[in-house]
Write a protein that binds this ligand. Structure first.
Ligand code: NAD
Ligand code: UDP
Length: 321
């Protein structure tokens, strides 16, 4: 069945791939974005499609549309981006959720929230199942994002219980791939950019902290599966359960880029989680989903993409008060 689908944050790293898939499936797609951390280039190839339109709009402001499904992805996601204006980050998560849930309620649309592994904070349960309630510092520099996303989950469940809104919640773990912003400061984009420029790789701390990296296409597949089934509301973890230290990631990026660069150690940022790995038992059983792309293969595709872009077209986030 063809739907009218709204994707907030639709010109971002994940949103642009989601829009591409939805357009290919023939849905009527509305991409809404304020272009805070992305550029139109990500969606330029879609602009000619008859079933795609772009609206420059901020989710902190209400909007009146007629849609059947909403993917709510609008929110800066990289630490450097969401800490750039932490008050705005919180407004985007909370007011954005309220506005999009209100829209879903009026339209009787199904709405999916892009939540995050950051709701688990610096976890003392490992790997993290959905039942783990997390260990978040409410006062630290990551709290604007972590607590904003936690509040958004609360709003989703309250609209679901109180108003019967048809919600889905996905908890996304570290995802990488083509269309990442080259200057977003995330570890995969930083290491690849540094390797391509033959700069030193910036290692925060001793590199023993871990993350589990999911390729973009696997992630979007899981997100769409969660949206298009009737059994599970969520939250559902979607991520790759293979865990790497950040030092192992650095060594792999250098090997695949075929360069030799020094690694320079910088202080570990405040509240940086020491370990992260999703328990994806629920995604496997409820969605019949698991990731297919190995880190080595995904990194090769990502490195090729970074080589192909014109970096002068990308800018750091604009002040957004
Ligand atoms: P991204 O920064 O590339 O995309 C976010 C998009 O939202 C951007 O296009 C940005 O311009 C837009 N945006 C930001 N504030 C907005 C506002 N107030 N109104 C309208 N648009 C706004 O990041 P991404 O990696 O594509 O992340 C997409 C979603 O997935 C985010 O909600 C993020 O929290 C979540 N997520 C991503 C990851 C990951 O590893 N990529 C992990 C966990 C959660
Ligand atoms: N990191 C690093 N060097 C960088 C960027 C990040 O060592 O140039 C580390 C960071 O401290 C964290 C991990 O890599 O431990 C993942 O960071 P990222 O910002 O990609 O995402 P996070 O999972 O922390 O939100």
């Amino acid at each position: 069945m063809k739907h009218r689908i709204l994707v907030t944050g639709g010109s971002g790293f994940l949103g642009s791939k989601l829009c591409e898939n939805l357009v290919q499936e023939g849905h009527d797609v509305v991409c809404l974005d304020n272009l805070f951390t992305s550029q139109k280039d990500n969606i330029t190839p879609l602009l000619g499609a008859g079933n795609f339109e772009f609206i420059r709009h901020d989710v902190t402001q209400p909007i009146w549309l007629e849609v059947d499904q909403i993917y709510n992805l609008a929110c800066p996601a990289a630490p450097g981006h969401y800490q750039f204006n932490p008050v705005k980050t919180m407004k985007t998560s909370v007011l954005g959720a309220i506005n999009m849930l209100g829209l879903a309620k009026r339209c009787r649309a199904r709405i999916l929230q892009a939540s995050t592994s950051e709701v688990y904070g610096d976890p003392d349960v490992h790997p993290q199942p959905e039942s783990y309630r997390g260990s978040v510092n409410t006062l630290g520099p990551r709290a604007c994002y972590d607590e904003g996303k936690r509040a958004a989950e609360t709003l989703f469940m309250d609209y679901h219980r109180m108003h019967g809104v048809d919600v889905r919640i996905i908890r996304i773990f570290n995802t990488y791939g083509p269309q990442m912003h080259p200057f977003d400061g995330r570890v995969v984009s930083n290491f690849i950019m540094q390797a391509l420029h033959k700069d030193e790789l910036t290692m925060f701390g001793d590199g023993s902290q871990t993350r589990s990296f999911c390729y973009r296409d696997d992630l979007i597949d899981g997100m769409m599966k969660l949206m298009n089934q009737d059994q599970v509301v969520g939250p559902v973890n979607i991520g790759n359960p293979t865990e790497f230290t950040i030092m192992e990631l650095a060594e792999l990026v250098l090997e695949l880029s075929e360069v030799k660069c020094k690694i320079s150690h910088k202080p570990l940022p405040a509240d940086d989680p020491l370990q992260r790995r999703p328990d994806i038992t629920l995604a496997k059983s409820a969605l019949n989903w698991e990731p297919k792309v190995h880190l080595r293969d995904g990194l090769l595709k990502t490195i090729e993409w970074f080589k192909s872009i014109d970096q002068t077209k990308y800018r750091a986030p604009t002040p957004n008060y």
